[in-house]
Every structure is written in C-alpha cells, then in structure tokens.
Design a protein around this ligand. Structure first.
Ligand SMILES: [Zn+2]
Length: 602
C-alpha cells in the first residue's frame, strides 16, 4: 500500500488531532441477500466524495496469505452509482478492478453492485439459501486517488440477513449494529460468517475467544471440537507468552471443503462434517486449527518486511515463506502433541508422512526453499502435472528444515535453547511496525544458537539438495524403520500416476528420472497395452505384478489419436515405509529423556 503526499498529510493531521479522526466519515457497506439461493449478494457502498468531481473505487486483486492474483472484480456485476437524492451518476471502469464515478458535485455517492458468490474456499465468497461466507478482499471497495494510491479510511459493514438466518459473526468490533474496521487492512483481514451458527466461547487470561461452527448439523461434534480448540489455544498462548489481540475467533465452515487462512484476530477454516468422526481426519483438522492460530503471531504480527503494508493490486515477493509457512507447519502438529491431543506415535506418523512427501518429490534436488518462496505466485499456487518435479514446498520442506534447525540449536547449546526461543526472540524484536529481513531473522537464530549458523541455514534454505536426518535421529534416539524382507519379487514400477477418464487409462503425471520419464511417457498419454496385451484401468496394478524391476517393457499409448510404442525399463517403487520413524530399540536414557522433553510424555 502506498500513500499519496496528500493522504500522508491527512494521516499526520489525524495523529495531531485524534478527535478529528472520529469526525471522518467511514465508507459504509451494506450487504443484502434478497435471493441467496441464486448465489448472489448485493453490496452497497456509501462513500464521501470530499467535493471531488471524480472519485475512484478499487477492489483488491489478491488477498494476503494466499499468493495468487485472483481478480476478485471478475465476480462484480450490474454496478451503478447514484447521489444521496437518487440522481444516477456516470460510472466507467478505469482498470480491471477500479471504477471512476463522476460525482456531479454530490457530497456522497452510493455505489451498488451484485456479487456472484460461489467459490468454496477460504479466500473467496460463498452464498446459498442458508448461509454466507464473506471474505473481505473479494467483497469490499476502498477509495483511491484517480490512477493512484489507496486513500485509507474507516469502514462500516451492515448485513441485512434473510429471515431464516439467525446471526452473523466476525472478529470486528460492533458499533451501532455494524461491524467497524479502523482501515482497509482490518476490513480485508476480517472474514464474516452468516447463517445459523453454533458459537462456543471461552476465555484465556481474560481474553475472549470463540469457535464459530457454520453448518454443524447432527454429525459434527461441536462440544468436543470446542474443548480441543481451547486446549490448542492455551498451548500456543503459553508458547508465545501472552495474547496479542483483544479477541479471537475461529470461524469453522463445515462445508465439505478444506484449507485455512490466517487473520490477525480470526481464522477462517473449512472442514468436512465427518472430520470429528474419524481419528485421522480429526487430527488433520486439529493441525489446521493449530497452524492458523500460530499465524496470529508468526506472519500476522511477526512478519517479513515485504508482507505489509499491503499493496492489494500488486504481487509482493518474499524469500521468507519458509519461516512464515514452513516453521508454522513444523509447529502445528508439534503443539497438538504437546497439548496432549495426539500421541507420540501419531506425531511421528505425521512427521514420517511429511518426510515421505519431500523425499519422493524430484523437485527437492533442483528447487531451493528461498526460490520456492519468492516464486509462490507463479509456482506453488499454480499447480500442474509437473509440480512435484519442479516445485519444492515451502510448507513441507520448510517444516523439516525447522525440525532439523530445532535439533541443531538444541545440540549446539547443550539443550539450553531451541527453535522455540528463536521464535519468541524474533517476535520480541520484530513484531512491531516494520517486520524482519531474512538477514535479521537469521541473525536471531545465530544469537540464540550462540554461534554463526549462517552457512548451515543457507545450505538448507538457499540451495536445493537432500536433507540429512542423522543429527535429528541421533539426538532423539529415533530411526527409520528397517526395510521388511520381501517374500515375493517386487512388481514392476513405471514411475507415473494414472487416472481413469471415460473408462480409459490416462497418464496423470510423470515422475522425473523415473522409468516412464526415461522412456518418453508423457502426461495425458492413454495407456493401451503392455508387451502387446491390453491393460484396463482396473487391471493395471495386477498386470504390473506380472513383471519385475529390470524387465524391458513395450508400452503402447495413444497420444492425440496417434498410436505410439515406447520402450520402458521397469523400475522398483520406492518403499512406502522407507521413511517410517520409530524409536531406536538401542536408544539411551539420555536420548529418551530428550525425546520426552521435546514432545512431552503420552
Ligand atoms: Zn499457513
């Protein structure tokens, strides 16, 4: 976000005369749902013109925390403007996300538009007969200098709910029956749920928290989920040493979807209604809650210098997402474990899964964490059939580098310090207005470790390549489970995934340097036959048992209607349990004690 000279003067004046700030008129937004079953909402924004002949309104093109230009204005329809007395005013688009309004000298204009709300995700809107999920960036407008910077102001939001909707909820304060946001940042950082909500309130250190379930129905176990969210909340507040907000809301949309997005005083997550009914899915939901809440500190307040103030019309680049998302991903299952909500065995299983994902992704050898972070907009958020080959995840690899860094610090300091101290120390130094640079964050690590670990970090963060887990295994007395003895000869492995499409067997993605890749198999190829015999979608797995690693195979594929024969040398699948962590039977008492100190005891 950039301020014009004129606007900076206004901000300065407001700092000198705080009473004037209250006099400034906010932009007033009213959201109506006359026909929610059509997936449309209607928005009306009342804006002061300050006597300008032309004012410009802008909508964000992306939302913080989700690094992709989403062009929210594409969902805006039937926009029109009028003066307070109802006189129609001329509106023209000045950019894909901006509207210029000729005010005709009116002191105030009403700008109205319809919004199509049917993308079920935590960074887009959804409206249907019974409820609405409203995301700030996808909904609201701010004033901007014509062709220039955002003009910040306060905002109010009123919702006119259909009769059968009981309530709405947002972390924003309520005044005069409207949500009040101090500025555009706060407005865009505060999602709203509306409909029939189940709300569970609890306090920690006198600070109110709420779990708000949308769509709880008869399947989702609301009380259980509320008890466990409170446990995670307490564990993370204890980790950081206090609450940095006045109130916090967990907005949980039980809509058979997934994902979460962090905000300063709330999070919006999505869940499957059956998640409280199966242990594995419930743990995933607890990890999600833990992850998004950890962000209330790590990124929403302790942030990379590039991630704020936001320019909502331009991509921002940072190499720090391995800290923001990677270290948060390291802590999300760890804190669930420390809060007693999972067992050591379940924690190690989750860690094994994370290691397996990284160690079977070819991109680990060619793509570094810093680059992955910088290019999030064009790589991690633009997934394709080639993503596992070309993009290393700053979530997954970032979490594992966090794990290894944690152990490294523990070892260097003779178990006096850990990554926990790094996080708290970084928060103390850099949670103010400006944020940290990569160099500053790494300096915090050096300071906690008591020595320069710059090259250790650079090797794992700035360069691609294999991670070495030996120090971690040794420190905690763990090992990767030894391979089981195979009784049968291994089946042939081709190194590509398939999917069934209209009864046909298609190649979904090809693993780099696997047998199919070497033999020229392409994504989208339709696999017809192996060694002259037809294969069906259902029969492929069995057919591969008839061949073995080293066998020369002839694959017949159809590629854009042309029949192509490909010679492929069968390989051996990487063992599924290759990265399964377990206690080393020979672990010493000292190692066991460190493991218990790290994870807590079951
Ligand atoms: Zn995250």
């Amino acid at each position: 976000m950039k301020y014009s000279a004129a606007n900076r003067a206004i901000v300065f004046a407001m700092m000198l005369l705080p009473t004037l700030m209250n006099a400034a008129e906010p932009i007033r937004h009213t959201i109506r749902f006359p026909n929610p079953e059509t997936n449309y909402a209607e928005v009306e924004a009342t804006v002061q013109t300050d006597g300008q002949p032309v004012i410009e309104l802008m909508m964000a093109v992306w939302t913080p925390g989700s690094y992709l230009v989403r062009d929210y204005s594409g969902k805006v329809e039937s926009e029109h403007a009028e003066a307070a007395d109802g006189t129609p005013l001329t509106v023209r688009k000045s950019k894909k996300n901006r509207w210029a309004i000729e005010t005709g000298g009116a002191a105030e204009v009403r700008f109205s538009y319809r919004l199509y709300c049917r993308e079920m995700s935590v960074r887009s809107n959804w409206v249907e007969a019974d409820f609405a999920i409203i995301v700030g960036a996808a909904t609201f407008l701010a004033r901007a200098e014509p062709g220039g910077a955002l003009i910040d102001s306060q905002h109010e939001v009123r919702l006119e709910l259909p009769e059968n909707w009981a309530a709405s909820h947002s972390a924003l304060p309520v005044a005069d029956n409207a949500y009040a946001a101090a500025n555009f940042d706060e407005l865009l950082d505060s999602p709203i749920l509306a409909g029939n909500l189940a709300q569970y309130d609890f306090e920690v250190d006198g600070v109110p928290h709420s779990l708000v379930n949308l769509g709880e129905g008869s399947v989702w176990d609301g009380p259980k989920s509320a008890v466990d969210v409170e446990k995670i909340t307490r564990a993370e507040i204890e980790f950081w040493g206090g609450t940095p907000y006045k109130n916090y809301s967990f907005l949980n949309a039980i809509t058979e979807s997934g994902g979460g997005l962090e905000h300063k005083n709330s999070t919006l997550v999505m869940a499957n209604r059956w998640a409280t009914s199966t242990r594995e899915n419930y743990l995933k939901w607890l990890y999600l809650i833990s992850h998004e809440f950890f962000h209330a500190w790590n990124v929403k307040r302790l942030r990379p210098v590039e991630l704020g103030p936001f320019d909502y019309e331009t991509e921002v680049y940072t190499t720090s997402l391995w800290v923001v998302e990677g270290l948060t991903s390291y802590y999300d299952p760890l804190i669930v474990r420390r809060a007693g909500l999972s067992t050591t065995e379940e924690y190690l299983k989750e860690l094994s899964r994370e290691i397996t994902v990284l160690e079977t992704a070819p991109a680990r050898l060619t793509h570094g964490l810093s680059d992955s972070s910088f290019d999030a907009w064009i790589k991690y958020y633009r997934r394709s059939e080639n993503t596992a080959n070309s993009v290393v995840s700053y979530y997954g690899k970032g979490a594992l580098v966090g794990l290894l860094l944690d152990v490294h610090i523990r070892k260097l300091t003779n178990d006096q310090k850990s990554l926990d101290d790094v996080m708290r120390s970084a928060y103390e130094r850099y949670s103010g207005e400006t944020g940290y640079t990569q160099a500053q964050f790494r300096q915090v690590v050096n300071d906690v470790a008591g020595q320069d670990v710059g090259s250790w970090i650079a090797e794992r963060v700035d360069e691609p390549g294999e991670l070495n887990y030996d120090e971690f295994l040794e420190w905690f007395g763990l090992r990767f489970a030894p391979a089981k003895e195979q009784k049968e000869p291994a089946p042939a492995w081709l190194g590509f995934d398939t999917r069934q499409q209209e009864g046909r067997l298609h190649v979904a993605k090809v693993q780099r340097d696997g047998p199919g890749y070497a033999g020229g198999v392409n994504a989208e190829d339709e696999l017809l036959a192996i060694n002259g015999y037809r294969v069906t979608p259902e029969g492929l797995a069995d057919r591969l048992k008839a061949f073995h690693p080293g066998d020369q195979l002839s694959l017949l594929v159809s590629r854009r209607e042309q029949i192509v024969s490909l010679a492929v040398t069968a390989g051996e699948a990487p063992g599924e349990d290759r990265w399964k962590l377990e206690a080393d039977p020979g672990a010493t008492e000292a190692q066991k004690a460190r493991l218990a100190a790290w994870l807590g005891t079951d």
